[in-house]
Design a protein around this ligand. Structure first.
Ligand SMILES: [Zn+2]
Length: 217
């Protein structure tokens, strides 16, 4: 994945959150009320998050809420996303993460429901996703879910939340967006292939090693 320059200001960060939300909505990965995004300036101890109960396809920067790493509201008029606890948990646990995208990817979620592990079937999956971990069911918005996400996100970039959706993290918004998009692309390719073939041809071990060396993953 390319390296992107860190965003310069909070205003630009908020703009980027809204744009990312619209793109993912248009791709069908975020629905009218389902899915949320947060981001912080690199290493900041507070972050901006999308609101709860508001149509996700047309968010404006004034709809966003600023919260601290305990999830307490600092700025904004609306209620923060009900998933604020797991976003806060990720920022507390991962100093390298500055953006979190939670979307409701239908195919990635479906594969997890069917007990199928998402595998590195494409080069992009191997480079971008690495290992996709499946978080067991916990009720949305609870501390129990935040605790599980906190455990599973160690060393991971992509999670599937059982019976729910997915989480992608990155050092910036574009990286986190790329994770959830790639997850859906790979899940779709794997789903199509599995209609016709039981044992899918994975990228050979030695080439996986080469990818690891080339991309430092
Ligand atoms: Zn959700």
């Amino acid at each position: 994945m390319e390296e992107f320059l860190p965003l310069a200001s909070e205003e630009e960060l908020k703009e980027e959150i809204c744009k990312t939300m619209r793109r993912l909505f248009n791709r069908g990965l975020i629905s009218a009320l389902g899915g949320n995004i947060s981001a912080r300036l690199p290493g900041a101890s507070e972050f901006w998050i999308t609101p709860s109960g508001v149509f996700k396809g047309e968010l404006e920067t004034e709809d966003l809420i600023k919260v601290d790493l305990e999830g307490r509201v600092i700025e904004g008029y609306l209620r923060p996303s009900i998933e604020t606890p797991f976003h806060a948990m990720i920022y507390r646990r991962r100093a390298d993460v500055n953006a979190v995208v939670h979307s409701h990817n239908p195919i990635a979620t479906g594969l997890a429901l069917a007990g199928i592990e998402i595998k590195p079937v494409t080069v992009e999956a191997a480079v971008v996703l690495r290992r996709v971990r499946i978080v067991p069911w916990a009720f949305p918005g609870t501390d129990a879910l935040a605790k599980l996400v906190g455990e599973y996100i160690e060393g991971a970039r992509a999670l599937v939340l059982m019976n729910h959706g997915v989480v992608g993290v990155g050092s910036n918004l574009l990286e986190a967006e790329t994770i959830v998009e790639t997850l859906e692309e790979v899940a779709t390719a794997q789903f199509v292939a599995s209609m016709f073939k039981r044992d899918l041809p994975l990228i050979p071990e030695e080439d996986m090693e080469l990818i690891k060396r080339l991309y430092g993953v």
